[in-house]
Ligand binder design. Structure first.
Ligand code: AP5
Ligand code: MG
Length: 214
């Protein structure tokens, strides 16, 4: 079982898309396509010619708003062109993006990671990430062995700029307004598999591999 899985991971901010996406990619030899990471690597890109609210992707991200579709679609189409099997995390985030995606590729598994909002806020405000390699930790649920130091590469562990409580609340609001309709769309087409994202990361991973292999 290698590279014929095209997996879409849907879920609210903090559901565990990044955590599980990395694990699925390692398990099945897939590429991870994460628009959030791609945008964080291009936060200062000049998009002023689009004449939108902010001149860079980072402006939208730090406010908890969606980056314009043209910017994000371009990232995804480039990443898809080099990928056979993949895990897509963070895209599509509105119905227009979902329509665009359907013109670019078919999907084998569309999975919704279901986690209640009360759990999400704690996961996000407690998240820490390695500034060098991007490894993800949590101050309570998954701390590094040595405080502030990445287990994987020794890099410095920092808080994501959009993980403050105020921005987290706005991201959750934007999710309900823009992205929950995408989940409903896949549910209506019969493509959606719903998996509980509660419990330990190992428990969630077992549910996902059971689903993908069934
Ligand atoms: P993005 O980076 O995609 O953020 P998000 O969707 O808000 O999702 P997160 O990365 O916050 O959560 P996650 O589900 O990956 O959770 P994680 O595994 O880290 O997007 C950021 C911004 O970029 C957006 O706001 C927007 O501006 C822009 N953007 C991105 N894509 C876009 C698009 N398509 N269109 C327009 N704009 C776009 O887990 C969270 C925490 O919980 C971690 O600390 C982890 O250790 C912990 N944890 C995970 N699983 C468990 C568990 N089972 N039990 C306990 N703790 C757990
Ligand atoms: Mg993520």
């Amino acid at each position: 079982m290698t590279d014929d899985h095209r997996v879409l991971l849907l879920g609210p901010p903090g559901a565990g898309k990044g955590t599980q996406g990395k694990r699925l990619a390692a398990e099945y030899g897939l590429d991870v396509i994460t628009t959030g990471d791609a945008l964080r690597n291009n936060k200062e890109m000049d998009i002023s010619e689009l004449d939108v609210a902010y001149d860079t992707p980072g402006g939208f991200m730090d406010a908890g708003e969606l980056v314009p579709d043209t910017v994000v679609n371009e990232i995804v189409v480039t990443a898809l062109s080099g990928a056979e099997g993949f895990v897509l995390d963070g895209y599509p985030r509105n119905l227009d993006q979902a329509e665009y995606l359907s013109e670019q590729t078919a999907l084998d598994h569309v999975v919704f990671l279901d986690v209640p909002e009360s759990v999400l806020v704690d996961r996000l405000t407690g998240r820490r990430v390695c500034d060098d390699c991007g490894a993800t930790y949590h101050v309570d649920f998954d701390p590094p062995a040595e405080a502030g130091v990445c287990d994987e590469c020794g890099g410095e562990i920092v808080q994501r700029e959009d993980d403050t409580e105020e921005t987290v609340r706005e991201r959750l609001r934007v999710y309900e307004e823009e992205t929950a309709p995408v989940v409903d769309h896949y549910r209506e087409t019969g493509a959606l598999a719903e998996v509980s994202g509660e419990g330990s990361p190992d428990d969630v991973f077992d549910r996902l591999t059971d689903l993908i292999e069934s």
